[in-house]
Write a protein that binds this ligand. Structure first.
Ligand SMILES: NC(=O)c1ccc[n+]([C@@H]2O[C@H](COP(=O)([O-])OP(=O)(O)OC[C@H]3O[C@@H](n4cnc5c(N)ncnc54)[C@H](O)[C@@H]3O)[C@@H](O)[C@H]2O)c1
Ligand SMILES: [Fe+2]
Length: 377
């Protein structure tokens, strides 16, 4: 057997209404004054009101930080740390998508450690402890609630990751009720992001392992079976629960068997054109899988019956294209308004993501990246 290790969040709580019992986790973790990290859109639609009321009625008035932006820049982290310090918080709760959860993870570390943000980028660079941390996802996509990773925007077009075990939360609380109003386009993008996490974990070259494999298969069963319903009938509770659970399982899978070329080629699209993370993945997904076919065909063939109900690796790609079409997302880089003259520059940028590319089942050289972008155009 190939040696492997597997890590995930210490505790995972799933169920409709589970976000109304956060006080129980706070009590267990010794949190009396939590920082509540979220984004302004969620405040505007009133998504947090029931949860805040439940906290308040149990004697826990959270300190709000509601200024998270999509693809959060470093300045958001520093602002949140300042608010937390001014209010002497003793724990951090995120309610939101990957952006809010990633901010909360880093803030919980910075509030407890002597290290600066610049010192903790990279793998295993966090040396100290963090404040108690509770993550409550409101998108079914990133799986950030069970990954040791936070992705921060560091420049105009660049992102950097913090990847350390301390970023896994004490508790991940999955409440599908919070996702019932997720707009259909965000449901589609984040849902496909989650499917990509499972597929790339399943073919990850160096850390593929039997636990991640099982999780990836179960994730794909749930996600492919429910994504169309979640997009077109957003209030379907069962579909929403399947998506949230599937995204979390995919997160557990890729946290231990990392993602590869789909993500590597997606990152430059987010960096240059602010295309959302899930859509960036979706735009390059079929072309990357076709490129990978000579190396990954047997593994894709194992996933095809789960996703497509058919045999043969091609069926997997064809079904993913059908899902992208059925959910109404732009299907080509041209439809996403990416200038064709930029493709060579994007390919050079993608080559910078060696951290991800080394996990790809097939080597990706500069000319391959360009060919994939052309095929996706
Ligand atoms: N940490 C990780 O392991 C990991 C993995 C993948 C991606 N990421 C990062 O996560 C971020 C993307 O996260 P995301 O895709 O979850 O989106 P997000 O957190 O950026 O949110 C996107 C939008 O959806 C809205 N929204 C979220 N939940 C909603 C709900 N229930 N109802 C209505 N609107 C809602 C938000 O207000 C926001 O406008 C990126 O920064 C990406 O780099 C992190
Ligand atoms: Fe992703």
């Amino acid at each position: 057997m190939q040696p492997f290790s597997f890590n995930t969040a210490a505790s995972i709580v799933c169920g409709g209404g589970s976000s109304l019992a956060l006080h129980l986790h706070c009590q267990r973790l010794g949190i009396s004054r939590p920082l509540l990290v979220t984004d302004p859109g969620l405040v505007t639609i009133g998504l947090l009101e029931p949860l805040q009321a439940a906290l308040a009625s149990n004697g826990l008035a959270p300190v709000m930080f509601d200024q998270v932006r999509e693809d959060p820049p470093e300045s958001v982290i520093m602002d949140a740390v300042e608010v937390a310090l001014e209010n002497a918080v003793d724990g951090v709760i995120a309610v939101g998508g990957g952006s809010s959860m990633d901010v909360a993870k880093v803030v919980a570390v910075l509030l407890r450690s002597e290290q600066s943000l610049a010192e903790i980028y990279g793998v295993d660079q966090v040396s100290g402890e963090r404040l108690p941390l509770i993550l409550v996802p409101t998108t079914a996509g990133t799986g950030s609630e069970v990954t040791p990773v936070a992705v921060i925007t560091t420049g105009e077009t660049t992102k950097a990751g913090v990847s350390s075990a301390q970023l896994l939360p004490d508790v991940a609380v999955l409440d599908p009720d919070l996702t019932l109003g997720l707009p259909s386009a965000i449901t589609a993008m984040t849902g496909i992001d989650a499917m990509v996490h499972a597929i790339e974990a399943y073919t990850s070259r160096h850390k593929k392992n039997p636990i991640s494999d099982n999780l990836a298969r179960q994730a794909l069963r749930l996600l492919s079976g429910s994504v169309r319903t979640a997009v077109h009938e957003g209030t379907d509770r069962e579909a929403r629960a399947n998506m949230l659970l599937g995204a979390m399982l995919a997160g557990q899978a890729f946290a231990n068997a990392p993602v590869a070329a789909v993500h590597a080629l997606a990152y430059p699209l987010g960096g240059h054109y602010h295309i959302p993370h899930g859509l960036s993945n979706s735009l390059v997904l079929p072309a990357v899988l076709r490129f990978n076919m000579p190396a990954a065909e047997p593994l894709y063939a194992e996933l095809a019956p789960i996703v497509a109900g058919k045999t043969g690796a091609d069926a997997l790609v064809v079904e993913l294209e059908a899902i992208i079409a059925d959910t109404g997302l732009p299907a080509t880089l041209a439809q996403a308004s990416v200038p064709e003259s930029d493709l060579a520059m994007l390919a050079e940028d993608a080559m910078l993501q060696q951290r991800l590319l080394i996990n790809n089942p097939r080597d990706v050289l500069l000319e391959d990246a360009l060919e994939i972008y052309r095929a996706a155009y």
